[in-house]
Design a protein around this ligand. Structure first.
Ligand code: NDP
Ligand code: GDR
Length: 340
């Protein structure tokens, strides 16, 4: 039985990856940091099937312990401060976690069991102010946020550990991927949650930032398969994972609102405070290498993804309303614009 350790298991990707590895017969361990309130919603259905180890990406000793206890064949480093908007007001925390955190984990693996296969969650945000379109593995990086800069650092450390210590360390350069488990402040989920709340009469407008940004959006369930595939290859290499289609935030709004029979122009209000100090205008990925070498391809298209997310949020809002809960009426992102 293969063994895997996943950091970031409580997040969107961690939960889908844990389910995939369980299906494949792995023994799955997840690193979980202590929190004051529960955050196990995404992994609740599989809690009985996985083992959680307490630790934090910024605490090397806890990572060494987690690697020793889980004794894994594969380590997936998915933990990060993953919200680009927060990386301006919290640049040092973002660097500690998203950049140095990866080095901590690479060190824990190197010092404990260097033959472990290691996956680093790299990001299309590293391309930033893009040098070419579409972006591929050879496109130069030009990050536009403290988050993007941190991911570039972690990416190159992964390359460096591969080259310095001959470790099986590779990075997936993943473009945006979404699902009903997406954090509520990311734009797709903010929109699908907003649609559900407007359709249910809970709110009358949705404040948005830059509607012209273009993103290559895929489905998280498809993307975690690519992570696993990368670690099953003979040689460690980096791969771009994307759909090869780009859509604007405006198109996202059109599709999501029309799914609920609404016109977004009646509800969306542009709020300059939600625009970022430096924007990534367009992302469009070329995943030809992953298609050829891994045999990977995306299965869920953009429209089906948005439909899946709107439906899940409509169901959730209706459930919450039926219970008479009030807590849900305060949305966290109303209180935290990108930079104050
Ligand atoms: P999420 O924000 O949903 O999950 C992040 C995870 O990291 C959570 O489990 C969180 O735990 C954990 N975490 C945060 N800080 C720490 C810490 N100090 N110690 C240990 N764990 C910590 O992200 P996604 O699932 O969307 O993304 C997974 C990874 O992939 C991230 O590294 C992200 O940057 C990267 N990525 C994501 C893309 C996307 O479109 N989703 C695209 C490209 C890259 P907690 O629940 O306690 O907060
Ligand atoms: P991104 O995702 O920054 O691409 O990072 P996000 O969904 O936050 O933003 C996408 C684009 O939408 C624009 N936008 C808004 N964004 C948010 N969150 N809220 C708004 O109101 C809003 N209005 C417009 C943004 O300006 C941006 O252009 C995600 C994260 O998952 C990273 O961890 C990951 O590495 C990258 O995707 C690839």
């Amino acid at each position: 039985m293969k063994r895997a350790l996943i950091t970031g298991i409580t997040g969107q990707d961690g939960s889908y990856l844990a389910e995939l590895l369980l299906e494949k017969g792995y023994r799955v361990y997840g690193l979980r940091r202590r929190t004051s309130t529960p955050n196990l919603e995404n992994i609740e259905p599989i809690l009985g099937d996985i083992e959680l180890l307490e630790g934090d990406l910024t605490d090397l000793s806890s990572l060494i312990r987690a690697v020793r206890v889980s004794d894994p064949d594969e380590v997936y480093n998915l933990a990060a401060q993953s919200y680009v908007g927060t990386s301006w007001p919290q640049p040092l925390l973002t660097s500690d976690l998203t950049a140095l955190g990866a080095t901590n984990l690479l060190e824990a693996v190197r010092l404990t069991k260097p033959e472990i296969r290691y996956y680093q969650a790299s990001s299309s945000e590293m391309f930033g102010k893009v040098a070419e379109c579409p972006q591929r593995e050879t496109t130069p990086f030009y990050p536009r946020s403290p988050y993007g800069v941190s991911k570039v650092y972690a990416h190159w450390m992964t390359v460096n550990y591969r080259e310095s210590y001959d470790m099986f360390a590779c990075s997936g350069i993943l473009f945006n991927h979404e699902s009903p488990r997406r954090g509520i402040e990311f734009v797709t989920r903010k929109v699908t949650d907003g649609v559900a709340r407007i359709a249910s009469g809970l709110q009358s407008e949705l404040k948005m930032g830059n509607l012209d940004a273009l993103r290559d959006w895929g489905y998280a369930g498809d993307y975690v398969e690519a992570m696993w595939m990368m670690l099953q290859q003979d040689k460690p290499e980096d791969y771009v994972i994307a759909t090869g289609e780009t859509h604007s935030v405006r198109e996202l709004l059109e599709i999501a609102f029309s799914y609920a029979g609404l016109d977004y122009r009646d509800f969306v209000v542009q709020d300059k405070s939600l625009c970022r100090p430096a924007e990534v205008d367009i992302l469009l990925g070329d995943c030809a290498k992953a298609r050829t070498k891994l045999g990977w391809r995306p299965k869920v298209d953009f429209e089906s993804l948005i439909a899946m997310m709107v439906e899940a949020d409509l169901e959730r809002v209706q459930f919450i309303q039926s219970k008479g809960y009030r807590r849900y009426e305060n949305r966290v992102y109303d209180y935290f614009p990108a930079v104050r």
